[in-house]
Write a protein that binds this ligand. Structure first.
Ligand SMILES: C[S@@+](CC[C@H](N)C(=O)[O-])C[C@H]1O[C@@H](n2cnc3c(N)ncnc32)[C@H](O)[C@@H]1O
Length: 266
């Protein structure tokens, strides 16, 4: 039987937090928040853009690329019955030590969240089937994002949320820009910038019956062109998104792609 871990003193917790690199700002105790590159204000606004009106209650949730775990914890907070957090790149990175950060925050918050060390390129249906899949900030890092999107589809039973950097959003032709080396934000892990027209076709082709989209022009500390996609399978429970707001636009609606492109050009 596992004995409960002794609770760290505030000082010991602060020392541990300072030893680690944080992408997410996660409030752990009154007065103690992890110092993430994504500030609490950015995360609060981003979480609202991603999840407002989406019914997480009682659902199973897969978080792909969880890093420090903010969105796994948010899913649980929003009522998910089961959350599986996965990652590999940042969880095994010697500077980021992401798995340690995730486990420190999860244990401190006392949340029942499963973890699995798996790279998105290795996802197969063996991982299970999840009502809601979070694929946030990962697509554009992947050398072959289309293969991974196919894998992600294979584990999504109802709703996939994709958040990504994008490019060419002022164009109506489906397209994706490749960034060689470290040409996007001096980060060699940034590979691609797709546009909404491309995402619509890819997601349709992968069997999503409805694709909703909203512009989201922020990222950690920088203003970037980001987009969020809520993709529903044919089997999705309509109650999942019954309360979402008008900022979500149906990409298959007549004239929607030209209208979005014109908004970006304006
Ligand atoms: C920008 S962070 C996003 C973290 C979190 N999902 C969010 O939205 O705040 C990118 C995530 O993608 C994961 N990832 C997977 N494959 C990657 C790759 N080839 N290069 C960089 N990051 C990758 C990282 O481990 C990390 O968790």
């Amino acid at each position: 039987m596992d004995l409960p871990k002794p609770r760290l003193s505030n000082n010991a917790l602060l020392t541990r937090i300072k030893q680690l690199f944080w992408f997410h700002s996660i409030p752990l105790r009154p007065g103690i928040t992890t110092p993430g590159l994504k500030t609490q204000a950015i995360l609060t606004a981003e979480e609202a853009a991603l999840t407002s009106g989406i019914d997480f209650k009682g659902r199973s949730v897969l978080d792909i690329g969880a890093w420090n775990g903010y969105y796994s914890f948010a899913a649980k907070r929003l009522g998910a019955a089961r959350v599986l957090a996965t990652d590999s790149f940042c969880w095994t990175h010697p500077k980021f030590r992401g798995r340690e950060t995730f486990e420190l925050a999860r244990d401190e918050l006392g949340l029942d969240i499963e973890t699995r060390l798996i790279d998105p390129t290795e996802i197969t249906p063996e991982l299970g089937s999840f009502d809601i899949v979070l694929f946030l900030g990962v697509f554009y890092h992947l050398f072959d994002p289309i293969d991974v999107l196919q894998r992600v589809r294979s584990v999504t039973s109802q709703l996939l949320l994709v958040e990504t950097h994008q490019d060419l959003a002022d164009r109506t032709e489906p397209g994706m820009i490749f960034y060689p080396g470290a040409t996007l934000n001096h980060d060699s892990t940034n590979c691609w910038g797709p546009n909404p027209a491309l995402m619509r076709h890819l997601l349709n082709q992968l069997g999503f019956a409805r694709i909703l989209y909203r512009h989201y022009p922020h990222s950690a500390g920088e203003t970037m062109n980001r987009g969020i996609y809520a993709c529903l399978t044919p089997e999705a429970d309509p109650a999942l998104i019954a309360k979402i707001g008008p900022e979500w636009r149906d990409l298959d609606a007549p004239g929607m792609i030209p209208a979005l492109a014109a908004e970006i050009r304006a």
